[in-house]
Design a protein. Structure first.
Length: 330
């Protein structure tokens, strides 16, 4: 079975989406031939012809054009909730994917409010390679607190930096002063005693939580349903991470506690061996119900019209706001 994963920045960046696409390709070899398409090639329909299933990861213009091409070519469109709760995943749902896959039950509950009638809905959690990310007793613990996140305001690494005052802190990630290759990350995790990451609540999942726990690191993070589902009893939750005193106390609590192998056991629930079984079932079921444009013109044409209306309305709203900001509208 041939599957195309559209990942615009694969090969150029190594963030959560790009890592996920690479790991999916690696762990799906037994049941699927996964091809990662990147750059402007994602918009060229002839790159989709050989694949039965198309997985869109980028949203916005990417999913808009991909939805139309998949209708015309008679392919299945799958969308994973990489964007997390918010406007981007609403748009992904309104682009009418055949299957929308959430990484957590709490995400699924949110997205269920916005899905349209023919979109099927499943939950397949993120996964971590527990053979690559595992405890290494030979590595010395030289870091008190580790934070792995891109240099982006919604990752709120500045809060961790302030809360870890006086402790040996290391922040690594795309765009940070300290960037580390994916291959080196297991060693970096094993050098740390506690992992702390306090993103905004709309963070879709946080693959780094699984990587840290797989290396048996306790986690300090925000207290929301998604993070509760991921971390379980392997960490300390903070109600208000902008309260630096509360966050600092949570870090010290995590450092002082005896965790045994709780983090590692929690991560094993999200192993690729478990996730790939769910993926195999879902992809196998998907091939039987391809929505053909040629055989369903009566349904597809109105849907394309609605999709165009939604997209033009969104574009018009952005243009109007921009004109107001520049004083071009009275």
């Amino acid at each position: 079975m041939k599957v195309a994963v559209l990942s615009y920045y694969s090969g150029r960046l190594n963030r959560g989406v790009e890592t996920w696409a690479k790991e999916l390709q690696k762990h799906s070899k037994k049941f699927a031939d996964v091809n990662i398409i990147s750059g402007v090639s994602i918009y060229l329909f002839w790159n989709l012809i050989d694949s039965k299933i198309i997985i869109s990861t980028g949203g916005r213009f990417e999913i808009f054009f991909t939805r139309i091409w998949t209708w015309v070519l008679g392919k299945q469109l799958l969308v994973f909730s990489h964007s997390g709760p918010g406007a981007d995943d609403k748009w992904n749902l309104w682009c009418l994917p055949d299957i929308f896959i959430s990484f957590s039950r709490s995400q699924a509950a949110w997205a269920n409010k916005f899905k349209l009638s023919w979109t099927r809905f499943v939950v397949i959690p993120h996964a971590v390679d527990t053979k690559v990310f595992c405890p290494d007793q030979k590595v010395n613990k030289t870091i008190d607190v580790l934070c792995v996140a891109a240099n982006s305001p919604d990752k709120r690494t500045h809060l961790v930096s302030r809360a870890a005052g006086g402790l040996n802190l290391r922040i690594v990630g795309s765009g940070q002063l300290d960037e580390v290759s994916f291959a080196q990350m297991p060693v970096v995790y094993n050098q740390a005693r506690v992992f702390c990451f306090v993103p905004q609540p709309w963070e879709a999942f946080g693959l780094v939580f699984l990587e840290a726990m797989a290396c048996n690191l306790p986690v300090v993070t925000i207290d929301d349903p998604t993070r509760r589902e991921i971390v379980g009893e392997a960490g300390v939750f903070v109600k208000d991470p902008e309260n630096i005193k509360e966050l600092s106390c949570a870090i010290k609590l995590a450092l002082a506690a005896v965790w045994a192998d709780k983090p590692r056991q929690q991560a094993l629930k999200f192993s690729w061996s478990n996730s790939s079984k769910g993926m195999e079932r879902r992809l196998s079921c998907s091939t039987g119900g391809v929505f053909s444009f040629q055989n369903n013109r009566g349904n597809a044409l109105p849907a394309i019209y609605v999709l165009l209306r939604l997209h033009l309305r969104k574009l018009s709203s952005r243009v109007s706001r921009s004109m107001l900001c520049h004083g071009l509208l009275a």
